[in-house]
Design a protein. Structure first.
Lengths: 427, 427
């Protein structure tokens, strides 16, 4: 099938809500490690995809899933050892009492379940989220995801706060109290809920603010926010779909960088290296309280194949020492971006941690005018140079760099050379 | 790991919401076709599981998934031919304009998305569901699933109607107007919504009423209901997670038995033979209207591996002529149940279609007192006889028989002989 024909057939059979990356979309046919190949055999370095966490088609994941699908795939109404072993392995990566795993298929399902748990346990309805965040696509979770809001008014039990954006936000890094001020927005949110007759059941927190342009506030931010929400009777839900599984380079899960322990942690996308697998992890006390309100069963959640996929991923993360790899290649990328910033005034800011990084492009470093067109040109030039990345930030002027966790310093050198060339062509 | 040890570790790591079948749970380690094997090597005929639709570990599914996970697993922001081919194959099985496929991972996600679509397209909020139905577990869909309601009051935009239960319901099969009377309950539901300030966005309909004890009303029921809901401005959502994919023996999808065409069809569980795959199919006009309200992206939905799994299942359904197989073995089972009913007065009623059948056990055929204890004893005796089935119905006195679609008449004979023995021991 040629690309043009495929685009037309796809528009007809999948409909208008399906969009694709790039004007001239990529038709990918093969993946291996950090490399992707299109239908013409062109090879691309993948600096974007976090779902194939341990690399595209990792042989250990492929072997383990292939064995298990040929052996048994049922559900958790029967016993199976792998789901228990996997849950125990996950619990071992987590601090505090976070040891009860409820398996689902997507980050959406995990966050939706977390809200049901929070509502049942606290007796409250309210939820606090962050402007620009994206947590999934169910009826409830899309309402918790202001990024995609277009027409519908939000229900009155959901309120949002600004993300801690120290580059473009209402409080800048030059304000000595900016952490406190961003945290204090949560007080306003709690007041707003209260005016609408609600108390918070939970606040959903990202350990890295992606859609707003990749911000990682200092530890005090989460510490203060956790305290405020708990004082108001709510639980803390950390959505680690993006920031977890060593992605940030210092700890296994992003919230651990802040030295806090949430009440519920949700994990999705990368934990199955592409297999639909997600989980909400909570404490025994919260799990017991939730069980008093309702049964919960997820047909596919925690089936032997999904559990095998998750277990294989954790085995690789340990065996290949990916936390150290992420730290090393992330630091290498940041150093490289720093050098490019000396050469190209188009670079306004460099942010992120581990392998979740951004280079924000501006027309002028003082006015910080977003270089939206230039960012799109850099994205296209990078594709021509054989490197895939994406854009984010409110002005779509931030290069989003979030490769598989097996991306090493040699891959970083390739990406940096390609970026040097792309910025040279655009500047 | 022995079973006792596994149960204890599972309770700790998965928590109290995870229940299991049987007092003494089954620890399954292998599956093939309609057969399951436990950790002691005991073999069971699977008369319960619908998820492994084309049989446990079907070699074609195993081969196709294994190849694809070793080749590429990305998402729909890139082009791939398999998801388009699969969508076109699905559309070919459906009547009318039902040709736009939106892929998700679970039946929950499909039904939740269907509600979002219905709400966007109609501008209404209300939803009508059926008492005792189960459609999934998200915040919204669990509210549409009265089966699991325990503590929480339902939101005022959701109302329910009684299922068309002609054996125990408010209108019996002896009432010549029972179909009309069950359909007219929808008028009451629309009035109830109206009193609460809502109009219907949709009604969610099962083509077989499982939880209430497996009821299949005559075609006029769905015909009348579709008309009423549409006249009130709502869409019709047929949940084919259970009744679809030839399960009912006469048509590819259950609603086709009623000669109707819904606005949205949701499919889940069996379409991936155990792989987490589900879809909401709608018309081009509805898809366009939804796209005006929002973007929709599902990271795992329609990825090359999931699409491959779905395509492999459809290929098997055609190649192995499963529709005819379901019809033949279903009829064979019904005939066998009829003979057993002559022998055992414990059998009060026999219902269902294709390979979705029930034998309802009663203490007395006139009073229809549910034989709950006896049903549980039969379930245990069947396990001892090497056959797995489940119970449903409000009195948990209905034997639920819903094997993989490859269950043939020779398997039916094994199941019937085992049931003859079990009923003999219990009667």
């Amino acid at each position: 099938m040629n690309t043009e024909n495929l685009v037309a057939r796809r528009r007809k059979s999948l409909g208008p809500t399906y969009s694709h990356f790039y004007e001239n979309p990529l038709y990918l046919v093969r993946g291996e490690g950090v490399w992707l190949y299109d239908n013409d055999g062109t090879k691309y370095l993948d600096c974007y995809n976090n779902v194939p966490s341990v690399g595209h088609c990792h042989p250990h994941v492929v072997e383990q899933i292939s064995k298990q699908i040929a052996t048994l795939n049922t559900h958790t109404r029967y016993l199976h050892h792998t789901v228990v072993e996997y849950a125990e392995m996950l619990a071992d990566t987590l601090p505090g009492d976070l040891s009860v795993c409820m398996f689902v298929c997507t980050g959406t399902e995990a966050n939706d379940l977390a809200y049901r748990i929070a509502r049942a346990v606290t007796g409250n309805e309210g939820a606090i989220c962050t402007m620009g965040a994206y947590h999934g696509n169910s009826t409830l979770v899309s309402e918790l995801s202001p990024e995609f809001e277009r027409i519908r008014p939000r229900p009155d039990f959901i309120v949002d706060v600004d993300p801690p954006d120290m580059y473009r936000g209402q409080f800048g890094a030059d304000d000595p109290d900016y952490v406190q001020k961003y945290a204090d927005l949560v007080d306003d949110a709690i007041d707003e809920l209260s005016e609408q007759g609600h108390k918070p059941a939970m606040m959903i927190i990202d350990s890295i603010y992606d859609a707003a342009g990749i911000h990682t506030p200092p530890p005090e931010y989460q510490q203060k926010v956790h305290e405020k929400v708990r004082a108001a009777g709510g639980l803390i839900l950390c959505d680690e779909v993006q920031s977890g599984l060593t992605r940030m380079g210092d700890n296994f899960w992003g919230f651990m960088d802040s030295g806090v322990v949430p009440d519920i942690v949700t994990m999705g996308k990368p934990i199955g290296d592409g297999h639909p697998l997600a989980v909400a992890v909570t404490t025994p006390a919260i799990a017991e309280a939730f069980a008093k309100e309702t049964d919960y069963f997820n047909t596919f959640g925690g089936n032997p194949v999904s559990a095998t996929a998750g277990k294989a991923v954790l085995e690789i993360v340990t065996r290949e020492n990916l936390l150290a790899n992420v730290k090393a290649s992330g630091d290498h990328m940041l150093a490289g971006f720093g050098k490019l910033a000396e050469k190209y005034p188009l670079i306004g800011d460099i942010r992120g941690k581990g392998l979740f990084l951004t280079v924000e492009l501006v027309r002028d470093r003082s006015s910080r005018e977003p270089a939206r067109t230039e960012a799109a040109q850099v994205q296209e030039a990078m594709r021509e140079n054989g490197v895939l990345l994406s854009l984010n930030g409110q002005g779509r002027n931030c290069l989003k760099i979030r490769p598989p966790l097996v991306f090493d310093t040699s891959h970083a050198d390739i990406a940096l050379a390609a970026l040097d060339d792309a910025l040279g062509r655009v500047s």
